[in-house]
Design a protein around this ligand. Structure first.
Ligand SMILES: Nc1ncnc2c1ncn2[C@@H]1O[C@H](COP(=O)(O)OP(=O)(O)OP(=O)(O)O)[C@@H](O)[C@H]1O
Length: 302
């Protein structure tokens, strides 16, 4: 059993003078939920499109479970399924009919799995309605359902939580964790660190078409800067004057404090001792988010 589900090397993709991917390497361990992170325009969708065989790279190669990703006739590896950008369906057919058509088209006819998959994604009650009337969240769930009909060993999802309500996000996380616990592998993209943090152990961060970080979230956490807090007091001007070593800066209506927990505690104790009441204090940017911004802001969005 291979330990590597996906091995992409040196992927480069240009659109005229835009280099969407510049010699990108990506390795996804079998049985993991791997996050692909990056700000808008970093190249996530382009990379997933390449991995799903929807576009050809200008250079590089992709292997899935030790075999080339697509065969000589351009057919996708039978163990891979997913979507890049948004999942697409025939709008005037029902959700169920869309899945049946996709299943029948597959080499390994998955029609018999359609009902179970609809049920798994909570779509049974609306499976007989036309997709044209589906909400964004329902389409996303139908997209995941369509991928699961293939029973893929590697599931590739582009911003799967997009459009889902909190309950939908919770259910999706549970589903992806279950798939990984059963030995499946998931590669998902996101532009939100918090989402990736909730699901993934390993992460690849793209910035302007190149890999700016690849490794465990744990290692990233260890090197991450102090978190950022939002602070409002009864007198922000005095509070700012009491801050040492540029611990706090003015930020519109309130202050931004960048400090490790001990320094924050000492600052708050000092404010209270000076009679400066605290009106609001919460973490506004986590250490991992700050790390993400630091890593990706050099290139910026394009
Ligand atoms: N079909 C295309 N034609 C021209 N340029 C493209 C095309 N697809 C992507 N690009 C460019 O390639 C770069 C990477 O885009 P991509 O959509 O892969 O980024 P992304 O990380 O998925 O962004 P987002 O989070 O906004 O979806 C961008 O500069 C984009 O404008």
């Amino acid at each position: 059993m291979p330990t590597t589900a996906l091995d992409a090397r040196g992927l480069t993709k240009r659109y005229d003078d835009v280099v969407a991917l510049d010699a990108v390497d990506l390795r996804v361990a079998a049985g993991s939920v791997h996050g692909l992170l990056g700000p808008n325009g970093a190249g996530k969708t382009t990379l997933l499109r390449v991995l799903l065989g929807l576009t050809h790279p200008d250079a590089g190669a992709v292997h899935v479970f030790d075999r080339p990703m697509s065969d000589s006739r351009g057919r996708l590896h039978p163990d891979v399924a997913g979507f890049a950008e948004a999942p697409r369906f025939y709008p005037f057919l029902t959700g169920r009919r869309n899945l049946e058509l996709l299943a029948a088209y597959d080499q390994d006819d998955g029609t018999g799995r359609v009902e179970a998959v609809l049920d798994r994604l909570g779509l049974t009650a609306r499976a007989g309605s036309r997709v044209a009337g589906y909400s964004l969240g329902m389409r996303q769930r139908l997209g995941v359902a369509a991928a699961l009909v293939r029973r893929p060993r590697l599931l590739i999802l582009d911003e799967p939580a997009n459009g889902l309500d909190p309950a939908g996000i919770r259910d999706l996380r549970e589903l992806l964790r279950e798939l990984a616990a059963d030995g499946g592998t998931v590669l998902l993209s996101s532009h939100q660190m918090a989402e990736v943090e909730a699901l993934c152990d390993e992460v690849t961060i793209l910035g302007s078409g190149t890999v700016v970080y690849d490794g465990s979230l744990q290692r990233l956490r260890e090197t991450a800067p102090a978190p950022e807090y939002r602070l409002r007091t009864v007198d922000d001007e005095v509070a700012l004057a009491l801050a040492e070593d540029e611990l706090a800066v003015a930020a519109g209506d309130g202050l931004t404090v960048r400090a490790p927990a001990e320094a924050l505690d000492a600052y708050v104790a000092k404010l209270v001792a000076e009679g400066i009441g605290i009106r609001e204090l919460h973490q506004s940017v986590s250490p991992l988010e700050r790390m993400f911004f630091t890593l990706t802001e050099a290139g910026g969005a394009r």
